[in-house]
Design a binder for this molecule. Structure first.
Ligand SMILES: [Zn+2]
Ligand SMILES: [Zn+2]
Ligand SMILES: [Zn+2]
Ligand SMILES: [Zn+2]
Ligand SMILES: [Zn+2]
Length: 279
C-alpha cells in the first residue's frame, strides 16, 4: 500500500502564493502548509497500489473494505476470459442415473456416465484365481456367480469332450478323452439298464429257483414285455430247464401268475416246477 501525493500541493505539503507588495511588505512568494493535506503532502483519502496482473498503479479510497486486486482494464480482461471459459462448459445427462454431468467443449470426449456411476461400475469388477491354472480372472458381481475357471482353461476342457453315438439308441452324447472307461451307451440307456437290473433283482428274488433265469446278455432285459392296452404288460421269465413264469404287470400290481413248460402239452403244461416259490 502506498500513499498518494496530495494533488493540491503535488506532494510537497507546502503551498505558495505570489503576494503583491505594499508599504509594509515587499512583494514575493509566501508559503504556508497545504490545507488539503495538513502539510503532509499525502492525500488523506486515497491509497495507491500496483495491479497484481499488469503492475499499473491503482488509486483507491482509504475507506474501501478491500483494496482492489486489479486495475480496471485487467478486471475487464479477466471478466471476459471468465465468460469465455464458462461458455465452454456444457451439460449432458448420465445414461445410467440421468443426473447432470458438466463437461468442457475442450475435452476429447463427451462423458456419458457420471463419476459416481463410473465408480459404482468399477467397484463391481473383482478378481479371482482360476482353480486350474491360478491365472487372474476378472468378473463382475452383476454376473451373479464367481467364475471358477479362466477362459483358456474352459476352452482346453471343452476340447477334451468329443461327441459319440450311443450303441443302443444312436443318440449323441459327450465323452471326455481323459476317461479311462469311455461309456458306449448314453446316460438314458445306462439308466434303463440300471432300472432293469433293479427290477430284475426283485423278480429274481421273487421267482428264485434252482435254475438260473436265461439272462445271457448282461445288458438285455431278462423278461419280455408286451404292451396290452397300455395298462398291463405280459411278463415272462424263462429258466434254463424249459420252464417259464408269466404274469400280468399293471399299475395296480401283478396278477395271473402261471407257469408254462416248453414242449409239454396237456394239463401238466401249466404245472409249476417243484422248486417254484410263487405258484
Ligand atoms: Zn497538500
Ligand atoms: Zn492491470
Ligand atoms: Zn450416474
Ligand atoms: Zn486357468
Ligand atoms: Zn442311448
Amino acid at each position: 500500500m502506498g500513499y498518494v501525493n496530495c494533488r493540491s500541493c503535488n506532494g510537497s505539503g507546502i503551498k505558495s502564493v505570489w503576494r503583491d507588495g505594499n508599504r509594509f511588505q515587499p512583494a514575493g512568494f509566501k508559503t504556508f502548509p497545504c490545507k488539503a493535506c495538513n502539510g503532509t503532502g499525502i492525500n488523506q483519502n486515497l491509497y495507491s497500489k500496483s495491479c497484481e496482473k499488469c503492475g499499473a498503479e491503482i488509486v483507491y479510497p482509504r475507506d474501501a473494505s478491500y483494496p482492489p486486486k486489479y486495475c480496471k482494464p485487467c478486471k475487464q480482461t479477466i471478466q471476459r476470459e471468465k465468460e469465455q471459459k464458462a461458455a465452454k462448459w456444457k451439460e449432458t445427462r448420465c445414461k445410467v442415473c440421468n443426473s447432470v454431468i458438466k463437461y468442457n467443449t475442450d475435452w476429447n470426449k463427451i462423458p456419458d456416465t457420471c463419476k459416481p456411476c463410473i465408480e459404482k461400475e468399477r467397484a463391481k469388477w473383482k478378481t479371482t484365481n482360476c482353480k486350474t491354472c491360478g491365472a487372474t480372472i476378472k468378473y463382475n458381481t452383476d454376473w451373479g456367480r464367481v467364475p471358477e475357471t479362466c477362459k483358456p482353461c474352459i476352452e482346453k476342457e471343452k476340447a477334451k469332450w468329443k461327441s459319440v453315438r450311443c450303441k443302443w439308441c444312436n443318440s449323441e452324447f459327450k465323452v471326455n478323452s481323459e476317461w479311462k472307461n469311455k461309456p458306449e451307451l448314453c446316460k438314458k440307456c445306462q439308466q434303463k439298464i440300471k432300472d432293469g437290473q433293479e427290477e430284475k433283482a426283485t423278480i429274481w428274488r421273487r421267482f428264485r429257483r434252482n435254475h438260473d433265469p436265461i439272462d445271457k446278455l448282461p445288458t438285455q432285459v431278462i423278461w419280455n414285455r408286451h404292451d396290452s392296452a397300455d395298462t398291463s404288460h405280459h411278463m415272462t421269465m424263462k429258466y434254463s430247464d424249459g420252464y417259464r413264469v408269466s404274469w400280468e404287470a399293471t399299475k395296480y400290481g401283478d396278477f395271473a401268475f402261471h407257469w408254462t413248460r416248453d414242449g409239454v402239452y396237456g394239463p401238466e403244461r401249466h404245472e409249476p416246477p417243484e422248486d417254484a416259490t410263487v405258484r
